[in-house]
Ligand binder design. Structure first.
Ligand code: DOR
Ligand code: ZN
Length: 346
């Protein structure tokens, strides 16, 4: 049995760092194992313009732990008022690596998102010209669509029409949760990738709801039934370069999760990489781990694979802190519910 693995330093292609005291608390958790991350722009107010992204990047750099080997890759939050020229300048300066599409109301802090997709067509066309990826939160928000169907319906009603209208647009379907999304990505000819989170590879909807409601497993898109989780594990461990890790690590303080109307988000920055080693080992696919966590995303984003490495070591079952403390309050670390034998040792 493999006892030690050295792989290029992983990247997180979908991460929430927040701001202020929370940023200060969660940034070291990600910077410990990851070399780069695509930073989500859903602050309040959102990161909409190049100037907003530059200011947010400066706040991240100011919060960086001493000696960290970590680069934040900034994104812009797409609104119906987004100026295609501003996006193009931010991309040409190397400041911004993607634009994020939130359908209005789909998730945390998405109120400024897009209602009428035709209104943002000029932005899509400009992005297609310059090769800038669109990261998509792929859920419809219509109240009559069941929450477990919202991703599949989004593909048919929104994503496929956008991709047909702007075929050169490069798209990342973020945090895919269904076999429908896996099938859609694998059937695309080019220009379509998908991130998969650690938690969606580990939990299904029973974990959230059976035997009591577990708010720390609630995220959006919500975890689906087991057959979908198995499709995600198959996609992640297949070696297909269109799938890569985006943790969607999304910290909320415990009181905001453990209450009558809890926030969506699982906080996995602390243990995502050991969890991925465990998941890939269980799938008999440890040889595919470096592709999923360190290579495929870099290739999609047209960046070099990290030149530095990390080493994972297998040993006795390890434990992670149950919570980290932030100046805003405690944040619960995702509990996979099974023993994890891998630690990052170098
Ligand atoms: O669970 C989620 N939490 N999904 C999202 O799309 C947003 C995120 C957050 O910002 O908390
Ligand atoms: Zn997210």
């Amino acid at each position: 049995m493999t006892q030690s693995l050295t792989i290029p330093r992983p990247d997180d292609w979908h991460l929430h760092l927040r701001d202020g005291a929370m940023l200060k608390a969660v940034l070291p958790e990600t910077a410990r194992h990851f070399g780069r991350a695509i930073i989500m722009p859903n602050l309040v107010p959102p990161v909409v313009t190049a100037a907003d992204a530059a200011a947010y990047k400066a706040r991240i750099m100011a919060a960086m732990p001493e000696g960290a080997d970590f680069t934040p890759l900034m994104t812009l939050y797409l609104t119906e008022e987004t100026d295609p020229a501003d996006v193009a300048v931010a991309a040409s300066e190397g400041l911004v690596h993607a634009v994020k599409l939130y359908p209005a109301g789909a998730t945390t802090n998405s109120a400024s998102g897009v209602r009428d997709f035709d209104k943002v067509r000029p932005v899509f066309e400009r992005m297609a010209e310059i090769g800038l990826p669109l990261c998509v939160h792929g859920e419809v928000t219509d109240s009559e669509v069941d929450i477990f169907d919202r991703e599949a319906v989004f593909i048919d009603r929104v994503l496929d029409p956008i991709r047909r209208a702007v075929p050169e647009l490069r798209v990342v379907m973020e945090h895919v949760t269904t076999s429908n999304a896996v099938d859609y990505v694998t059937s695309a000819e080019a220009g379509l990738g998908a991130t998969i989170t650690a938690h969606h590879l580990i939990i299904n909807r029973n974990h959230i709801l059976v035997g009591g409601i577990r708010p720390h497993y609630y995220c959006l898109p919500v975890a689906k039934r087991e057959s979908h989780r198995l499709a995600l594990v198959q996609a992640a461990t297949s070696g297909d370069p269109r799938f890569f890790l985006g943790t969607d690590s999304a910290p909320h303080v415990d009181p905001a999760k453990e209450c009558g109307c809890g926030c969506a988000g699982c906080f996995t920055a602390t243990n995502a990489i050991p969890l991925m080693a465990e998941v890939f080992e269980r799938a008999g696919a440890l040889d595919k781990l470096d592709g999923f966590v360190s290579r495929h995303g870099a290739a999609f984003y047209r960046l070099p694979v990290s030149a530095s490495t990390i080493t994972l070591t297998r040993g006795d079952a390890t434990t992670f802190p149950a919570k980290i403390e932030s100046g805003d309050g405690p944040v619960t670390v995702f509990d996979p519910g099974f023993p994890v034998h891998w630690t990052v040792t170098g």
